[in-house]
Design a protein around this ligand. Structure first.
Ligand code: ZN
Length: 195
């Protein structure tokens, strides 16, 4: 899933638990950031199997387990919920392209709904594009389901922060940065492929 939607999930989780634990601003931000932090591993794609950042340890369940254990040791609710937010990211990523969930078996897990048919001959499909990223990007934006989920998550994010954590509503501005990143990348790839 795209970074803006992971961000939206982070805001939803932080807002719901803010209602119970009353987080300060730094704790609230920590939880929201934990929901999309894993995706910064794209900068380390070259170290990943098949150059796919989802095969890195950051897209396995290991970081969230460590964060949750630390949260329990220090008995810090915000850290436990941050671990939960990180874990949710890994679960959600199972549904579009899958991740290296358990890390050590080094294989991609998940229902992988967006590449179900092409999964076994992926390299053949990737070869049709000048930039292999276009395959994933176009599939994502062509899928009515992923677009519907994007919109629903945006609405849920706004509703939950307005009702449960209105004092932190300015955080939602960062959502648009994530959206801008993906849309500009989308149009850039479209331009490359149409040449
Ligand atoms: Zn991810």
């Amino acid at each position: 899933m795209h970074i803006n939607s992971h961000f939206a999930i982070g805001v939803i989780i932080a807002s719901i638990f803010h209602h119970i634990f009353v987080f300060n601003i730094l704790e609230f931000i920590l939880i929201v950031f934990s929901a999309f932090l894993g995706d910064l591993d794209v900068f380390f794609s070259k170290y990943a199997k098949d150059h796919n950042h989802r095969n890195l340890i950051s897209h396995s369940i290991i970081p969230s387990i460590i964060i949750i254990i630390l949260g329990l040791v220090f008995y810090w609710p915000a850290l436990i919920i941050s671990g939960l937010a990180y874990f949710t990211h890994i679960i959600v990523d199972q549904f579009d392209w899958g991740t290296n969930f358990f890390y050590f078996p080094q294989r991609t897990f998940g229902p992988r709904f967006l590449i179900k048919k092409e999964e076994h001959e992926l390299s053949k499909y990737l070869a049709e594009y000048k930039n292999p990223s276009s395959f994933f990007d176009f599939k994502y934006y062509k899928s009515k389901i992923s677009l519907t989920i994007e919109i629903l998550l945006f609405i849920l994010m706004m509703v939950s922060i307005i009702i449960l954590a209105f004092e932190y509503i300015f955080i939602t501005l960062i959502y648009f940065l994530g959206l801008y990143f993906h849309l500009s990348r989308h149009f850039h790839l479209k331009k490359i492929e149409s040449r």
